[in-house]
Design a protein around this ligand. Structure first.
Ligand code: GLC
Length: 733
């Protein structure tokens, strides 16, 4: 009986509701356009609620609006995977047991694949993991240009060329955001070193700014549709980049019409008025535990918190500056955690591991391979000796905010044992670097001599020796917050390699790093591989390439100078890099990387775009569809590529352009197109590349516009920036 009455009451209520037809509030109705929802939500907010939405409530979250059901926004690092959960108020790990993720390769490795399709897969997989971990923003990708080999964070970025970085960053962003998670393009802008990153004031020409340092950000915004951009710590022209009138208001939100949020780097806000007026939308912080680190770090005292509220109440700042920020935050809510149709993600799956391994395999670069050293096919040798700490050291921990807690990390040694059999692979460390710390240098606790003696003894009668070394994720290595202090391999590796070669000529070197290093032993070593921080599947990818199960196809995303002084920025001395601790001048200007090496005729030890294969490729002569072009034309380039080396493989062909008589200085050549071509053994393909004439422009800083001059241009088709197979001259009228 009771049930009958209950059902009756419910029915009555529903009828009454229907009759009254009580509409759901517009902002909650995801059948309505986002802009309608934004305006409706904005109209309902109090001043205090608006202020609350634009700054941190914890290390990685903002509070939303509990009264209206507008959710908190949760963020997580980092570009290579979803960081372990961090404490509410400190930088400590929260110690959860459900947050061990898939580690994907560092972004230098992704860039080295020269494969935009893999970048889409990468972004989607990271987006799925972030979605599953209930994160609304993943704090990556970083696209700061590789200006010198000393920058501690180069491993997190996509190399020295703005075109490569632009083409590789867009699919990553789309891949992430199709999961209803925001990517976060960082660090905007001119954060090209870690030393004094918190305040160094960069001086740079408009040509270098627009031609080298902005393009990847512009692509991420205008082609990638990124929903979050992170301001950098440093200054530019005397103003902090996180609230910068020119960078954010005039360029990002003005010229590029960016409609997403600008979030600080952690603690990179310094002034309420500037933050209000120059486009900072959300303030996050460092040392932000308002509980024990004292009143000054409490969230209520953030620049965009009480101080901002007071200035608005006193009429010192218009409320319109606040409403614009809140509109952008609401837009992010509706694009992410208030979109009920977004997918649900997945976490640490076999599928993600396979994507991680595929990217690793396609990013590994074969640098030198004489007397058929590689591939080491199975059963070729009985005693394979592996030397070097990077064969076993975890390289997913450390490095700063891109640190990860992984479900799995297959080391190179484990991968090699699985490939060849544990009975054929023998290991000793050879050198040791000590624990991974980010904020100071701890000398190696190992006795170098005894480690070396053991290594030489083991290598003596080896059939083949694989030295696996390089840099690691410790302070003053490949690590956030500090730059390298030497161009050399650390911990006595150079001496060890030289001694190993004396005792066993059949010694190959595999370097794992995110930066170029000096290679004094190069002439004596028969084979060299440039590997990267490959993530969860490092060992399997490494073993697949070494054994020939995978034919390497990676190409260098940055130049490797013979000596440090051959790097453009370094060659201008301290004021250029690292600056005088207050300011620095980008004196090499537009001549970054191969642009420097080619134009100044200072050949790199290994050039941008370089990478060998186990097979060989033959390039036919390039042709173009016309001889003369108008400025709105698309140039069609084609040539035949043949695989005549007997093994299936892939080649990333590159197209560079030079202008004959430019009215301003231009680099000898600039990358304008590339394509990864897969060819079976013996197969030939006609490769077609297109190049809009508009892309031949340079940035005229006087006219503040991109200019294509009527002139002759030469297109160079190459297998690297320094190895041009054929060229063709065309005319732009
Ligand atoms: C760090 C990094 C930034 C990271 C943020 C949160 O200082 O510069 O890349 O996303 O703080 O950890």
């Amino acid at each position: 009986m009771k049930k009958l009455i209950l059902y009756g009451l419910i029915g009555l209520f529903a009828l009454q509701m229907k009759a009254q037809n009580i509409p759901i509030p517009l902002y909650l109705d995801d059948s309505k356009p986002i802009e309608v929802r934004v305006e409706d939500a904005l109209s309902r907010l109090t001043l205090e609620e608006k202020i609350a939405m634009i700054h941190a409530q914890s290390k990685f979250s903002t509070p939303g609006v509990p009264r209206l059901g507008i959710p908190e926004i949760w963020m997580s690092d980092g570009p290579h995977g979803v960081r372990m959960e961090i404490d509410w108020d400190t930088w400590n790990h929260a110690g959860w047991t459900n947050d061990s993720c898939t580690a994907f390769p560092a972004l230098t490795c992704l860039a080295a694949t020269f494969n935009p399709e893999l970048s889409m897969k990468y972004g989607n997989a990271v987006g799925e993991e972030a979605r599953f971990r209930k994160k609304d923003i993943i704090l990556g990708p970083g696209v700061n240009i590789y200006r010198t080999p000393m920058n501690g964070r180069n491993f997190e970025y996509m190399g020295e060329d703005p075109y490569l970085a632009s083409k590789m960053v867009v699919p990553y962003i789309k891949g992430v955001q199709q999961n209803g998670v925001s990517a976060c393009l960082k660090h905007f802008a001119l954060n090209n070193q870690e030393l004094w990153r918190g305040h160094i004031d960069v001086e740079i020409s408009d040509r270098a700014l627009y031609e080298i340092y902005l393009p990847a950000f512009k692509a991420g915004v205008m082609a990638g549709g990124v929903w979050t951009v992170m301001g950098s710590y440093n200054k530019y022209r005397g103003q902090y980049c996180s609230h910068h009138e020119r960078l954010i208001d005039q360029i990002l939100k003005g010229e590029w019409k960016y409609d997403g949020i600008v979030v600080t780097d952690w603690g990179s806000a310094h002034d309420t008025r500037e933050a209000a007026l120059y486009g900072l939308d959300v303030e996050m912080g460092t040392w932000t535990n308002g509980l024990t680190w004292g009143e000054s770090f409490a969230y209520d005292n953030y620049y965009l918190s009480k101080p901002y509220l007071k200035m608005i109440e006193k009429g010192e700042l218009p409320i319109s500056t606040l409403d614009d920020k809140v509109r952008r935050v609401l837009r992010l809510n509706f694009r992410t955690n208030m979109d009920r149709k977004r997918p649900f993600g997945s976490f640490a799956t076999q599928e993600h591991a396979e994507i991680s391994r595929k990217i690793a395999e396609e990013g590994i670069v074969l640098m030198k391979n004489t007397n058929n050293f590689f591939p080491i096919v199975k059963d070729r040798y009985k005693k394979i000796v592996v030397i070097g700490e990077n064969a076993t050291r975890s390289l997913t921990v450390g490095g700063g905010s891109s640190e990860l807690k992984v479900k799995k990390e297959v080391s190179p040694l484990e991968g090699l044992k699985a490939k060849y059999g544990a009975d054929k692979v023998f290991y000793t460390m050879g050198y040791g670097s000590g624990p991974s710390v980010y904020d100071n240098f701890i000398p190696s606790p190992y006795n170098t001599d005894s480690l070396k003696r053991e290594a030489l003894a083991l290598a003596k009668d080896a059939d083949v020796v694989l030295f696996i070394g390089g840099l690691n994720k410790s302070f003053q290595q490949d690590c956030e917050g500090a730059d390298r202090i030497s161009y050399d391999l650390p911990f006595g590796q150079n001496e060890l390699i030289a001694d190993l070669l004396k005792i066993n000529k059949n010694t190959g070197v595999i370097l794992i790093s995110g930066n170029a290093v000096a290679m004094p032993w190069l002439d004596k070593v028969p084979a060299l591989i440039q590997s990267w921080y490959l993530g969860s599947e490092a060992g399997n990818a490494t073993a697949n390439v070494i054994s020939g199960d995978v034919n390497p196809s990676g190409k260098l995303p940055f130049s490797i100078p013979r000596k440090l002084e051959d790097n453009g920025a370094i060659s201008f001395g301290a004021i250029s890099y690292p600056g005088d601790s207050i300011r620095q001048v980008y004196k090499e200007d537009i001549l970054v990387g191969y642009r420097w090496h080619d134009t100044k005729k200072i050949p790199a030890l290994f050039p941008f775009g370089y990478g060998l294969s186990y097979t060989t490729f033959d390039y036919g002569k390039i042709t173009t569809d016309k001889k003369e072009y108008s400025k709105d034309d698309i140039i069609k380039v084609s040539f035949t590529l043949s695989n005549n080396g007997g093994i299936d493989g892939a080649e990333s062909v590159q197209l560079y352009a030079s202008q004959n008589k430019p009215s301003l200085v231009r680099p000898a050549k600039e990358l304008k197109a590339f394509k990864k071509v897969y060819l079976k053994s013996g197969e030939s393909k006609t490769v077609e590349l297109t190049l809009p004439v508009r892309d031949l422009a340079f940035f005229d800083d006087k006219a503040h516009s991109w200019v294509v001059e009527s002139d002759k241009f030469t297109l160079h088709c190459g297998t690297s920036s320094a190895d041009i197979k054929s060229s063709i001259v065309l005319e732009v009228k």
